[in-house]
Design a protein around this ligand. Structure first.
Ligand code: R5P
Length: 291
């Protein structure tokens, strides 16, 4: 493919795996803050007429958006044949409607701001709930990859006698797929969110699953309150300590520790966001999509 693969700072490990997998060359950049807080970006590698892949997971987007746009624009100005953004996690997808009058629908605003700088985007399990496709939000073409196969393989190899649990109705789309591939039963909970950290969960009848190992599967773990409330309720109901699996390990503030303290037996995430809980490597999925 002859591509140049550039890591936005913090994505070096995934960048190295992808570059190796596609036989690409890692591109060098320099990025730092000037003393006044503005951003300095320099492209060291020659990208003229080459396809360029930029690896940048977009959690904490407000901290990195401007410098990322500078980088994308710089690469284009340097004559790259194409600029593909590999953003394993895409931010702002949850604010996809006005929940209260006057709110900004920031998923659309974010998509509009980013799209002009990229020829293509590749992402993993974006939070598509009310939107059916990324192209309702991004004008640049998007390839959406799914972590379900990697997660089900991990479950098959690591958990005996699992029952999968989706915390809310929207999770059914991926939990049912993971359960099918892992050859395990599943059930879905009902969730009502009253605030960032105020989540109420109700359970269906689950007595037939009590002897199994509960495995919670969600796309995003942010405050972890969805999982914390679920873990506590599972323990009250007499289940074994559950395993918590998330695709995107945001883990705001102290939430990873809070989830451990709530009684999770193990917390495992995919490496779409670098975190100590990463245990499921999605670089083969991304490499396959690039080939
Ligand atoms: C909800 O729409 C998502 O699928 C996740 O359930 C949610 O983002 C988890 O958030 P938190 O960890 O803050 O409860």
């Amino acid at each position: 493919m002859n591509a140049i693969v550039i890591s936005y700072p913090g994505n070096e490990s995934l960048t190295a795996s992808i570059a190796k997998g596609i036989n690409g060359k890692i591109g060098e950049i320099q990025m730092r803050r000037f003393p006044d807080g503005e951003t300095y970006v320099r492209l060291v590698t020659d990208v003229l007429d080459k396809p360029v892949l930029i690896i940048a997971s977009l959690h904490r987007p407000d901290d990195k958006f401007l410098s990322l746009v500078f980088l994308l624009r710089l690469v284009k100005d340097a004559g790259a044949a194409s600029v593909t953004l590999i953003a394993p996690y895409v931010a702002y997808m949850r604010q996809d409607k006005q929940f209260k009058p006057g709110e900004a629908v920031t998923s659309a605003y974010f998509g509009e701001l980013l799209s002009p700088y990229i020829d293509k985007m590749i992402t993993v399990d974006p939070h598509l709930h009310r939107r059916k496709s990324m192209n309702e939000v991004y004008t640049a073409p998007c390839i959406v990859l799914h972590a379900s196969r990697a997660i089900s393989t991990w479950i098959k190899n690591s958990v005996a006698n699992a029952v999968l649990i989706g915390p809310d109705s929207e999770s059914e789309q991926w939990v049912s797929q993971v359960a099918k591939e892992a050859d395990a039963p599943y059930f879905i909970l009902n969730k009502e969110r009253h605030g960032d950290r105020n989540v109420e969960i109700s359970f269906p009848e689950t007595s037939s699953f009590r002897e199994r190992t509960p495995v919670l599967v969600d796309d995003i773990i942010s405050t972890a309150h969805t999982m914390i409330v679920t873990v506590k309720r599972l323990l009250e109901l007499g289940f074994n300590k559950p395993i918590c699996i998330g695709v995107h390990a945001i883990f705001a503030d102290n939430s990873h520790r809070e989830l451990q303290d709530a009684g999770a037996a193990k917390i495992v995430t995919c490496n779409t966001i670098v975190h100590s809980s990463n245990g499921i490597d999605l670089s083969p999925l991304i490499i396959e999509a690039l080939q």
